[in-house]
Design a protein around this ligand. Sequence first.
Ligand SMILES: [Zn+2]
Length: 298
Amino acid sequence: MPLVPLPELLSHAGANKYAVGYFESWDVYSLQATVAAAEASNSPVIIGIGGLSCSHEWLQSGGIEIYGAIAASLAARSSVPISTLFNEADSFREAAGGLGAGFNSVMMHTQGWDQDKLLADTASLVAASHAVNVAVEGEIGALAEIKDGVLDAAGASYTSPEAAELFVRETGVDCLAVAVGNVHFVTGSHVPTVQVDLIKQIGEAVNVPLVLHGGSGTPDDQTQRAVQAGITKINVGTKLKFVYGNALVAELGSTVDDPNLAFGSRFEADVNSRAGVALAKEIQRLMDVFGSTGQAKR
Ligand SMILES: [Zn+2]
């Protein structure tokens, strides 16, 4: 079906008390596995690529256009509602590169920016994006992250309901990513504590859907409480590369018998396809946790 606007996906999720997953991908195999998982679970889904885990040099030298075209093409062929997101661009300029490239939503990674630049650049991106029917996700507050296996909370700050209200009013963003104890890049044993009451307070202060980044490390029970408190979009990235990478290592073994079959063949012996099956299985599990399974039927 044609691309579905992100606000439409999120408003259905809000009305029906579930969250849509943004499952960050990195190539054709991971994109196709994500769409296959959504179809198997009859779930809406958000697909795309993000600037925090990809070379900006690659993105800005054709990567945005190449990736957007593939994502949009897969979405058009799919039977479930899909939005495409260029996630966490490093600047207004890079995010604007997503406009007209196949993405129907864009977001900038603005943590650490000063307030004037944050408001001005986000408002400019909203104006440019809305002119071509693309939605904008904004963010206010800053997530802690795992760096070299250790929690780095030096630049982290919770989203305050007052700052959120001002930001949404001044910029006109379509949805808002919040920092409520969620943590980026969790691969190990760190367990974040999501402040459910803060999500509710922010939800009362703004009239746009709320987004939870750091879906890789948030335990399932906390995720479900966050959804009940008003989160309608959850970003997952790190965990997906972890699942895919481990499956790839296991499938590769120590020798390659037939390289023509093992790589890019799309036959049973294709190691990337086999890792894609493991990836799709994890995405389907997460769709159950988020409550989006079965929600593609309107
Ligand atoms: Zn993120």
